[in-house]
Design a protein around this ligand. Sequence first.
Ligand SMILES: *Cc1c(COP(=O)(O)O)cnc(C)c1O
Length: 406
Amino acid sequence: MLLDHLKRAAAEREAQSLTRRRRIAHTACAPHQSVGAVDATPTPLLTFCSNDYLGLADHASIAHALAEGAHRYGAGSGASHLVSGHSLAHAQLEQELARWLAPHIPQAQALYFCTGYMANLAVLTALGTAGATLFCEALNHASLIDGARLARADVQRYPHGDVQALDALLQASQGTLKLIVTDSVFSMDGDIAPLAALLALAERHDAWIVVDDAHGFGALGAHGRGVLEHLGLRAERLIYIGTLGKAAGVAGAFVAAHESIVEHLVNTARPYIYTTAAPPAVAHALLTSLEIIGGEEGRSRRAHLADLIAQLRTGLAGLAAQAGWTLGASDTAIQPLIVGDNAASLALSAALEAEGIRVGAIRPPTVPAGTARLRITLSASHTAADVARLLDAIARATPQVLREAA
Ligand SMILES: *Cc1c(COP(=O)(O)O)cnc(C)c1O
C-alpha cells in the first residue's frame, strides 16, 4: 500500500517536471566543479548555483584552520553544549560574533548552532509560545515556515514586502508578544526586505523582529557583518540569525540578540539543547573565516562580487526582455531569471549544461507555481570571463527553449 502510494506520487512529480535529483560533486565547491556518478569520470562544469558568495568554501587558509582545529580538539564534540560538548573554539567564535553584531544590537550575545535550519526552529519555538503572535513574510525560507508551524504562537502571514498590510495586522493584534519574522535577502529572489520600515513598525507597535540573514552575512556591509551593517540599523528589538555555511564558507549558524534572549534560548530552545554540538574544529575554522571576511581580503572579494553582479544584470536585462522572461529586481549575488514554466526552465538549465555550465532550475514548491526560474548565483571566485561565458550560453539556448515551449 505505502509503496504503491509513493510510486504514484513519484509518477505525478515526474509528469509535472518536479522530480528532484542529487548530483555528486567529485571536487570542492568552486566555480569549476566536477560532477558525475560515483564510478564515472566526472564532468567539469562552470557552476552558478552555490551560496558560497565570497568563494571561501575551498579557501586554503580556512581548510588549514579546520585541520588545525581537528588536531587540537579531535573530530567530534562528544555531547550537546549543555552536557560537555561546548569547547573553547565554540566560545571564542560566539565572543567574536557578539562583537561583530554589538554595534547593531545593544548588549548582544551570540549563540552558535549546527545549522541555520535549527537556529530558526529554536528562535521561533522558544519565543513563539502560546499568547505570542508571529507575523511572517510570505516568501520566508522553509526553515522559518517550519519554525512557525512548530511554535505554539498564533501565526499570521503578510504579503511579500507589504509594509502597510503588516501595519494593519499589527494594529489589529491582541498578542502579548508580537514577532515580525522575515528573511533579509530573499533566497529565491535576491531582493532585500524593507528592514528600516519594519523596524519603524516594530517600534510603533512594540513588536520584535526576527531577521534571517542567511544570504547577507559575509556578503553585505562594509565589513561583511551583514544586512544590519548594510542598512545601518541598530535596535534592541532585533533578533538576528546569520548562517555560516554560505558566504562564510564553512557550516552552522548563529543567533545574535540581547543577552537575555540568548540566555533564554540556551535554557529553553529544544533544537539547541537536544543535539550534539558541532565539531569544535568547525568553530575553529570559522574564526579564520571571520578574519578573512572582516579584513582587506573580504572587502576586495565583496567589491569583485559587486562588479560581477553588475556585469550579469546588464547582460541579462536585454536577453530576458527579448525572451519574455523576467529578471528579478535584485542587487545581490542571487539573480533569478524567471522563466515561468517548469519544463521550460528545466530545458534552459539542460541546454546550459550541454555547454558545460551548471545553473539550477528552481521549481514549485520552492517558488510559487508559474514562477519556475533559473536561480543564478555569483561568487567572488567567478571571473568576468566566467560571467561572459554564461551570458553567451543563455543567448544561444534561448531560441530553442522558446521554440520547444511554443
Ligand atoms: C540556507 C538557509 C537557511 C538554513 O541554513 P542552513 O545553515 O543551511 O541550515 C535558513 N534561512 C535561509 C534564508 C536560508 O537560505
